[in-house]
Design a protein around this ligand. Structure first.
Ligand code: ASP
Length: 437
């Protein structure tokens, strides 16, 4: 069985939902994972913010506005009065839930519950659309089988066990619809797999049921060899290895949530990126076959903060790096890039939530320098570490760019270069010219 995931834009309008219906209804039984309609999760984040700030009137107004939008979608989505009624009832229940959080204290659990409503709406509406059009479809509730553990990591074992009865119970159904992004945590409360997490839901389900393939449908035709928002004439990549795709997703290629390929990589289940606007295109295939040589793609990740800790106590000392890493670990702040010299270490983070707590602790170990607005530009290709001459091309392309850090050799597949974000667009274009033309 296949697992197909459609993102927010793919279900972002009545017309697009109908296109998805046409795309999936080929008679082959499958699981369909949906995001919320585009913009909805952002709206729900805004509503939660207003509730945290106790701006109740503004929150109620924002809720009303969103409800009106959904009411009008329902009016045009269904042809028959009976399905319009079903749709309206579904939307009303969702908005009653959202409104219930405008009373009493608002906390993280409230926010998580509100954020989950976008996917609950899109899947409910889509399931009715299929049923109204005579297709055999059924909803399976992600909140009943998607789980994260105490560390907020996906609990693959629990997911595999819990989804089984739902798959068995729907053996006569052609199209099994479920929500991306949402799950329950160790306390049994509603939680999520972080923004953009619907891709990850799809591959977790794919791995749990041993699907033949996981298809991630978006609005571009796959991974490109550079960021099309900043570089003209990028071209689509036909195939990537799991390792390459993971590096690219992690270092900024927006098309995929960074954890997406992990579950499928372990089980060797191919992942294919497809374009809803151009379904006949083969997209990008991600599997375990490293094909081709040389550099395949360039990506950039913004919003990076670089931190340098300099200390003569580091010279010939052991245990120094551990002390530094421990500080970040205690604040659950992941480190992306690292470079060291005899007396200093530079590292990067993208989550600055605890920066003000971290810096004073680092200052106990040495002199600290913090640079914000940095960008990691990442060059990816299979085993490029063994290729000759490409480093020269990279440095030639970036000869006028002040480089803050370089990381190479950590994996066989990438070189990462840190620079001020002002140099990103220039660098992406210069690298494209030097490496691909
Ligand atoms: N709806 C969620 C978001 O906007 C999850 C997703 O679309 O993947 O982040």
């Amino acid at each position: 069985m296949k697992v197909l995931k459609f993102g927010g834009t793919s279900v972002g309008s009545v017309e697009n939902m109908r296109s998805v219906m046409q795309l999936i209804t080929d008679g082959e039984r499958k699981i369909v994972v949906l995001s919320a309609m585009s913009g909805t999760t952002n709206n729900l984040v805004e509503i939660s913010e207003l509730l945290y700030q106790k701006k109740l009137m503004d929150a109620k107004e924002a809720i009303k506005k969103l409800e009106t939008k959904y009411d009008s979608v329902i009016e045009t989505l269904y042809a028959s009065e009976s399905y319009k009624q079903k749709g309206k009832k579904h939307i009303k229940e969702i908005f009653d839930t959202i409104k219930s959080y405008t009373e009493g204290e608002f906390d993280q659990n409230g926010e998580n519950a509100i954020l989950a409503q976008g996917e609950l709406m899109s899947t409910g509406m889509f399931n009715y659309l299929l049923q109204e059009n005579g297709f055999k479809s059924e909803l399976i509730p992600a909140l009943d089988f998607m789980r994260i553990d105490a560390e907020k990591m996906a609990d693959e074992k629990a997911i595999t066990e819990k989804i089984k009865p739902f798959i068995e119970a729907t053996s006569n159904t052609d199209y099994i619809i479920t929500q991306g992004f949402i799950c329950r945590n160790i306390e049994g409360n509603i939680d999520n797999l972080q923004r953009g997490g619907s891709d990850y839901t799809a591959t977790l389900i794919g791995a749990a049921i041993n699907s033949e393939v996981v298809e991630i449908w978006t609005d571009i035709d796959g991974f490109h060899n550079n960021d099309p928002r900043f570089v003209e004439n990028t071209s689509k990549i036909d195939q990537l290895s799991f390792a390459e795709a993971a590096e690219l997703a992690y270092f900024g290629a927006k098309i995929l949530h960074p954890s997406t390929v992990l579950p499928c990589r372990e089980k060797n289940i191919p992942v294919r990126l497809k374009n809803t606007m151009n379904p006949s295109d083969s997209g990008t295939l991600i599997d375990n076959k490293p094909m081709g040589r040389g550099i395949k793609a360039i990506a950039a990740k913004d919003g990076i903060t670089a931190i340098k800790v300099r200390s003569h106590r580091m010279l010939m000392a052991y245990g120094f790096l551990r002390k530094i890493f421990e500080i970040f670990e205690n604040f659950k702040t992941p480190i992306d890039m690292i470079t060291t010299s005899e007396i200093a270490i530079s590292l990067t983070i993208d989550n600055t939530r605890y920066l003000n707590d971290i810096v004073p602790l680092l200052e106990k170990l040495g002199e600290v320098e913090v640079d914000s607005d940095q960008t990691i530009v990442c060059v990816v290709g299979h085993n490029i570490i063994h290729e000759k001459g490409f480093e020269k091309k990279i440095f030639k392309a970036l000869e006028t760019v002040p480089i803050r850090m370089i990381s190479f050799g950590g994996s066989n597949h990438n070189m990462s270069i840190l620079m001020h974000s002002d140099y990103k667009k220039f660098s992406l274009n210069a690298l494209s010219k030097e490496l691909f033309e």
